[in-house]
Structure formats: C-alpha cells, structure tokens
Write a protein that binds this ligand. Structure first.
Ligand SMILES: *[C@@H]1O[C@H](CO)[C@@H](O)[C@H](O)[C@H]1NC(C)=O
Length: 295
C-alpha cells in the first residue's frame, strides 16, 4: 500500500514536472520564416526560400517591404543574421526592431543606414519607452556588413536591454524605473523588419538620395532565433522570477567583465553619436538616464 502510494506520488510529480516544462514561458522559434512571421508590406517584394530558412526584403521604385512576427513577446532574446545591401545603398533604411502596438509605445530598434558605394553603413539604435524616444546612438561597424551575414541580437529582461552585434554588446539600457526613467517592461512587442526609403535623413543627413537605377536593393535574413516569453495576456507569466524564465537568471542582470571590455572597446573606437553627449540638442537638459550608472 505504502509502496503503491509512493509510486503514484512519484508519477504525479513526474506529470507535474512535465506540465511545468511544457508551460514554461520561453519558446524557441522554428527557424521557418513562413511559420513565425507574416509578410506585412508588399508580398511581391519579399522572397522566401522553399524551405523557409532564408528570406529577403526588396526596395525598388514601386515599394519597400516588411515582415512581422505572428506572436508578441515580453522579455527574452532574439538573434537574426542579416546581410545588408552591397554597393550603392544611400538613402535606404533597414529597420530590425521590437515594437509594441500601444499609442504610448515601447520599441527597441536597430536601424541600418545605407551609403554611397564604398562608404560605410551606420548602425543606429534607439529606444522608445512609453512613447518617448530621442535616444539615438550611432556606430560604424568593425566589418563590412554587406559582405557576409552577421548576427544582430537583443537581450531584454527586467534589468537591462543589451544590443549585440556578433555577441559584442554595442549598447546598454539599464532599468532605472525606480529613479523615474521609463523602461519597456509592460508592453509585449512584435519582432519586425522593414526596408524603406529614408533618404530625407538617413545618409549624410539626407544629402545622398536613393538612386533606383542602382537597385533593386535587397537585404537577406537567415538563422534567426527567438527565445522569448510569448505573450498570452498575463504579464506576471513573463515577469515571474521563476527559473523557467531563463532571462531572469542573475547572470544576465548585468554584463560580465569580458562583455564590459568589448562594450568599452566599441564605445572607444566605433561610437560616432550618443544622445547622452549631445548637450546642444537637449540644451543642457540631458535625459535623466544619462547621469545614471551605465552598467
Ligand atoms: C556615409 O559616408 C560618409 C562619408 O564617409 C560618412 O560621413 C557617413 O557617416 C556615412 N554614413 C551615413 C549613413 O551617412
């Protein structure tokens, strides 16, 4: 009898363990663009390989194009391999970003600003929190992003947002909500990519225009990974300190010493603009986060 009970108990525990495992908040995406993303702009400008593993966006005189994840996410990490437009790409903008659909929206942006042949792309990053942005940073990459695929990632948890390029942290935004700085933490976001004409501002402040005779302009994507909490209507599910939410691991609450070294290297040698240093623009009223600890 006792023996039977204990077997039954073990069995129940196993069942419970399975239940916890299957209700774990994190999902890993399938790697198939057709399954995880919808085409949201100009389907005839979006090309997906037969196995769904690679996709490209096209911009020409007719239209740009875009896709967006079917699910929304609250915390986690996303990685995407991207190869940018070779040759002449002036005036084009590729945006790869997380965005909520609220009026006071949250957004975590990579924006790749094209250039004339032989001149470097700029990688601009920005953060909207509660509808307010104006938090641009710009870097030159340490490689030619049009030659090969490189991995662009966002780690997002309750402590920090880390932008990474090939796992090198290029930008950090810490949660200083306790000091009154808005931090994206309540609104679920979709993962989006769009390619468009931004030539009123993108290249040398709008001086170099899109030249359609040099197009079509094509950006390729592959090998993405979304390991994030899928929004099912309950923020506590994604925020919970439970160990099933791997992004809450204390190890991910700040950069480790090695990441900090890389981060400092990027800022020393590759940073070209930081809103926190732009005293003209903010008339000496720099946003509050600029005077708070970076790490
Ligand atoms: C384009 O090239 C010019 C000249 O090297 C440079 O000043 C600029 O930062 C580059 N990138 C963009 C997006 O304007």
């Amino acid at each position: 009898m006792t023996r039977k009970t204990s077997t039954a108990t073990v069995f129940n525990l196993l069942q419970l363990a399975c239940l916890i495992a299957t209700t774990s908040a994190s999902i890993v995406s399938t790697g198939d663009f057709n399954r995880d993303f919808d085409v949201t702009w100009s389907p005839d400008h979006v090309n997906t390989s037969p196995d769904g593993r690679t996709r490209s966006l096209k911009l020409d005189q007719e239209s740009g194009s875009a896709f967006a994840s079917k699910d929304m996410f609250l915390f986690g990490q996303i990685d995407m391999q991207i190869k940018l437009i070779p040759g002449y790409s002036a005036g084009t903008v590729l945006a790869f970003y997380l965005a909520s659909d609220q009026p006071n929206r949250d957004e975590i942006d990579f924006e790749f600003l094209g250039n004339v042949t032989g001149q470097p792309y700029i990688l601009q990053t920005n953060i909207y929190a509660n509808g307010y942005d104006n938090r641009e940073e710009r870097i030159y990459l340490w490689f030619d992003p049009t030659k090969d695929f490189h991995t662009y990632s966002i780690l997002w948890n309750l402590h920090q947002i880390v932008f990474m390029v090939d796992w090198v942290p290029i930008r950090l935004y810490r949660n200083h909500a306790d000091k009154g700085v808005a931090y994206p933490r309540r609104q679920p976001m979709s993962l989006k990519a769009s390619l468009w004409n931004g030539d009123s501002w993108a290249t040398r402040g709008g001086q170099d225009k899109v030249d359609y005779s040099k197009g079509p302009f094509i950006v390729s994507f592959r090998n993405y990974k979304i390991d994030a909490c899928v929004w099912k209507g309950n923020p506590r599910f994604c925020r919970g300190d439970s160990t099933t939410n791997w992004w809450n691991n204390p190890r991910l609450s700040s950069l480790n010493w090695y990441q900090r070294r890389l981060f400092k290297w990027v800022r020393k040698y590759h940073l070209i603009y930081d809103y926190c240093q732009d005293t003209n623009r903010f008339q000496n009223h720099l946003p509050k986060e600029c005077s708070l600890p970076k790490y």
